[in-house]
Structure formats: C-alpha cells, structure tokens
Ligand binder design. Sequence first.
Ligand code: HEM
Ligand code: HEM
Length: 224
Amino acid sequence: MAYLIKVWDLPTRLFHWALVLLMLGAVLSVLVFENMVWHANCGYALAALWLFRLLWGVVGGHWSRFAQMLFTWRQYLNYLRQPSSWTLPGHNPLGSLSVFAMLLFIGLQIVSGMASDDDAGFSGPLAALLSNTWVAKATLYHAEIGKWVLLFLVALHLLAITYHERIHQRRLVKPMFNGFQWQPLEAPASQDRWRHRLLGLLVCAVCALMVYLGLQLAQGFTWQ
Ligand code: HEM
Ligand code: HEM
C-alpha cells in the first residue's frame, strides 16, 4: 500500500524552477554575454525570490516550512546509517542541510554582488555606500569564492538527487513538477488550494516591492 501525497505546493515549485532559470541567467549573462545590466537584473529578481523563500518557510505549505526541515541529532545519525529507511515526505535531514546551505550562499552571493565593482564601469547599488576596501573584499568574495561554493553546492545537489533516483528508486524530480510524491506511510499533505496559492503570489509581490524600494533607497543615498 502506498499513499500519493501533495508534498510541494505550487509556489514552492515555481520558486524552485524560477531559481534555476535565474541562476542560469545570472551566470550566462556575465560569463557568456558579458552583459552586467542583465546580470544585475537576474540578481535583483533572485533577491526577491530569496526573500520569498524565507517567508514561505514560515507560512508556506506543510513540507515547505523550515519547521519540517529541522531534525534531531538522532534523526541525522539514523539517516546517515540507513538513508533508505527514511519514510517521510519533504526534504530528508541531509537534503534539508543542503537547502539551508544553498539559501545561505545564494544570499551571500546576492549581497556581495550588490557591493561589487567590475572595474569596467559597473558597480552594484551598495558599492557607492562602502569604502574601497569593503568593495574590494566583496568583489573578491563574489567573483573568486562565492561562485565556486555555489557551483559545488549545486553539483552536490544534482548528484544527491541522481543518487536517490537511481540507487534508492525514490522519485524526487517529478514531484518538483507536479507536487505529488508516493509515500509508504500516511503523512499530512501540503496545502495547495487557490487561496493558498494567492497568498504565495501576495508574498512574492511584497518581496519584489521590498527589493525595489531597497534599490531606490540605495540609489537615493548615492545621490547625496
Ligand atoms: C541552479 C541550480 C539549482 C539550484 C540553485 C537548486 C536549488 C534548490 C533548492 C533551494 C531546493 C529546495 C526547494 C525548497 O524547499 O524550496 C531544491 C530542491 C530540489 N531540487 Fe533543485 N536546484 C537547482 C537545480 C535543480 C535541477 C536541475 C533539478 C532537476 C534535475 C533539481 C531538482 C530538485 C529536486 C527534485 C528538489 C527536491 C529535493 C527533495 O525532494 O528533497 N534542482 N533545489
Ligand atoms: C545569486 C546571484 C548571482 C550570481 C550567481 C552571480 C554570479 C557571478 C559570476 C559567476 C560572476 C563572474 C565572476 C568571474 O569573473 O569569474 C559575477 C561577477 C559579477 N557580479 Fe554577480 N552574481 C550574482 C548576483 C549579482 C548581483 C545582484 C550583482 C549586482 C547588482 C552582481 C554584480 C557582479 C559584478 C559587479 C561582477 C564583476 C566582478 C568582477 O569583475 O570581478 N552579481 N557574478
């Protein structure tokens, strides 16, 4: 007997695939097309998306909440000893750690980018507010450290998913598209009605507005 459970609500799924596209956009725009305006625009959209995920971790569907992604030491140890015995939907203990790490380093990449200067006429909106030493430090982190950390985390993410799909025959990618996951035991489903989705849209709009106002504020300070 297996149960089909709604694990990822629509806002979480849209968040994930928008994150993938915008990360790709941020990397291609600077490394392939050398277009810093598009690079920055991808970065600002990522900033709104990042804020959205933080809030969605509090008010989102059951399995998207950060409360479901915190585990005890015993649960980490049990999972490490026998990953195949994990029967709950959502992120497993190691998966949760990798999600927190990705969110942390994506956040650092966004903030350091906003304080970076490419020495070719483009600088992030926070650069004018900081001393040259801090801009140099932020640029070094952004261009030489953060990008490699993120590349490593994304590679690990894809390897882990391939491992679960191939070795444990656990379907993870399809649920990130349609939201549903087969589970061996009954478990609560994530809310995903239209009212809940509208809340997601509202939270997303508030986050976009916060980024927009933040950028206006930073520019205002630059003019003084
Ligand atoms: C730039 C590349 C990527 C980044 C930064 C990224 C980041 C993330 C993040 C932050 C989550 C947590 C989702 C949440 O709880 O809100 C996640 C989950 C997930 N991602 Fe990605 N992802 C990337 C690429 C991909 C790709 C290409 C695939 C598919 C092949 C994929 C498949 C998944 C799956 C299946 C999950 C759910 C894992 C689980 O069930 O625990 N990701 N990803
Ligand atoms: C998660 C979002 C971001 C990612 C993944 C990202 C990634 C990158 C990458 C891969 C580079 C090229 C480094 C190299 O030369 O090898 C770069 C450079 C740069 N990025 Fe970002 N970036 C992000 C956000 C931002 C934001 C929001 C801004 C500013 C608005 C920004 C400003 C810059 C600048 C000024 C450079 C040039 C640094 C230099 O020439 O040394 N980035 N970024």
